[in-house]
Design a protein around this ligand. Structure first.
Ligand code: SIN
Ligand code: FE2
Length: 202
């Protein structure tokens, strides 16, 4: 399968112990910064994915103010928890970018959740890649081109897989069509966690 230039799929990048350790770290993040249900700008429609963040900035969306980064959790008002060292190390090993990531968006997909086709374009620094980590149940990931109507291709992302959206592929449309229930035992209650590491400021 030929992915668009700049998009890399690294299947099974994280071994089982590394996945377990990352889930533990994310549990600690979620204990401090609870998952909440984001809503779309304008319509106020709820997304099926629940979200939180770690790092100095977090990506949020609401009806009134839309998509943006901010330094505090929208429900608790507290600063986001620090980014776990494993994620900083992963960025150092893969991103090929001198500055560290400022935001890690934590997406939790129940087995019925999905995410529509979109671009990650709320960052000021588009030279840095977005690095995406999959944990738990397998999903069907879809990636297209730079225009919404470009042809898309889809492939499965399993627990431990990493996707890099960088270079010419940094602004490619992408989304998650579906989750395949019971395809992993990593998360006791099922579902899927996706972590995306982003550099926001130049
Ligand atoms: C995202 O684009 O924010 C999430 C991608 C994924 O869940 O794999
Ligand atoms: Fe995205």
């Amino acid at each position: 399968m030929l992915l668009p230039n700049g998009i890399r799929h690294l299947p099974g990048y994280l071994d089982h112990p590394a996945q377990e350790a990352l889930v533990e770290a994310i549990r600690a993040v979620v204990a401090e910064a609870p998952l909440y249900t984001p809503v779309m700008p304008g319509t106020g429609k709820e997304m099926s994915v629940r979200m939180t963040n770690c790092g100095s900035l977090g990506w949020v969306t609401d009806k009134q103010r839309g998509y943006r980064y901010q330094s505090t959790h929208p429900v608790t008002g507290h600063p986001w928890p620090a980014m776990p060292q494993q994620l900083l190390d992963l960025w150092g090993d893969i991103a090929g970018y001198e500055k560290s990531p400022e935001a890690c968006l934590v997406n939790f997909y129940g087995d019925d959740a999905s995410m529509g086709l979109h671009q990650d374009r709320d960052e000021q620094d588009l030279k840095a890649p977005v690095l995406s980590v999959s944990l738990g149940n397998t999903c069907l990931f879809r990636v297209g081109g730079l225009n919404r109507n470009d042809r898309t291709l889809s492939f499965k992302l399993a627990s431990g897989d990493i996707v890099v959206l960088g270079g010419e592929g940094r602004l490619c449309f992408h989304g998650v069509d579906r989750i395949y229930p019971a395809t992993s035992t990593l998360l006791k209650n099922g579902g899927r966690i996706n972590l995306t590491l982003r550099r926001v400021q130049p």
